[in-house]
Design a protein around this ligand. Sequence first.
Ligand SMILES: Cc1cc2nc3c(=O)[nH]c(=O)nc-3n(C[C@H](O)[C@H](O)[C@H](O)COP(=O)(O)OP(=O)(O)OC[C@H]3O[C@@H](n4cnc5c(N)ncnc54)[C@H](O)[C@@H]3O)c2cc1C
Length: 373
Amino acid sequence: MKVIVVGAGVVGTMHAWHAVERGHEVVHIEREAEARGASLRNFGQIWVSGRAGGEELDTALRARELWEGIGARVPGLGFRAIGSLTPVRNELELAVAEAAVARPDAAARGYKLLTADEARAVNPALRGAFEAALWCERDAAVEPRLAQLALREALLATGRYTFLPNREVRDVVGENAVRDDRGEVHTGDAVVLCTGAWLSGLVREVAGEIPVRRVRLQMMQTAPLGEPLTTSVADADSFRYYPAYASPALDALNEGQAQDPTAAAHKMQLLMVQRLDGGLTIGDTHEYEHPFAFDTLEDPYEHLTRVVESLLGRPLPKIRRRWAGVYAQCVDTSRVVHRQRVRDGVWLVTGPGGRGMTCSPAIAEKTANELGW
Ligand SMILES: Cc1cc2nc3c(=O)[nH]c(=O)nc-3n(C[C@H](O)[C@H](O)[C@H](O)COP(=O)(O)OP(=O)(O)OC[C@H]3O[C@@H](n4cnc5c(N)ncnc54)[C@H](O)[C@@H]3O)c2cc1C
């Protein structure tokens, strides 16, 4: 069987991975010389902790297992089972962490409530002031700027994979075929469009308006910290965004403790992970209204710097990079992904939202199973 995959972000690459794993031939078409979208711009968090119970958590846990297995075979993608800590600073925040630990699925996530000293034993870089921390053992990380490249190298080594960069797919032709902007037609037994947040052009032509929206985030990366940050770190603002923390305790936090005005204005939380070079990837903001800003704003960066410095109890190293990224998210955020048969033999898979890096191996596995690969 021959599978045509369009889009070389993590969703497309994982579809290529599962097809090749099952013995099929893959032609992988990408508009750019390399993918430049959300898959490279993210934290690389394999983030289980905040997932909604049920399908979303099951998908994230399955994906976490797949990432670990793939990471063992492709060390270049930098899989690390580092877990995460969310420090809490007062009774209201602590109550949300306690409610999380009391969830029936807490053990599956590896949740544990740690004292501040226990948290510092796990992550000694957290020298700032806090009361306790929510530990999530299942959280992990990969290197987003390297993952697609490393996976592609492994795919090329199988001899059943062809990468065609610098070709934009413009059209779906009949069944199971696409035409690129050089006029070449690529025919397979199945076509999977994994075109990320590009919802106009090809996608609008073949699928019309789909229930998926675009979300823009601001990020930054520092020079090496000079010491290990042994876990990912989130702040208690993350409780306000992730569905796993919905509880009466969260309602009390939302009512009783106003979010910092900058954080509230830009719908922010702190997420932070150390890169293999020692630098810290730090974010994020959420922008939903169009047209998106074309520039990056300083206020959110200043807020994030204050929060990180208060948790680390030291100045942040120099900021080396700032960027923004856009992901596609199902409007009904309880849906893990938008998977739609747009023509006979042609599938569109997009809209995994802020969990696409985490869930992509399991999303692609499900496509492969449903299509009988
Ligand atoms: C700043 C930021 C931080 C994030 N952090 C995390 C995180 O830590 N953990 C997590 O789980 N998720 C995270 N996400 C979400 C995650 O990055 C995305 O859900 C995921 O990368 C989406 O992958 P994708 O392959 O669908 O899209 P993309 O990576 O955007 O790839 C789509 C590709 O399709 C190509 N393409 C589009 N149209 C065509 C065409 N017509 N022909 C040929 N090629 C085409 C594009 O050039 C692009 O390379 C984050 C996202 C952002 C923006």
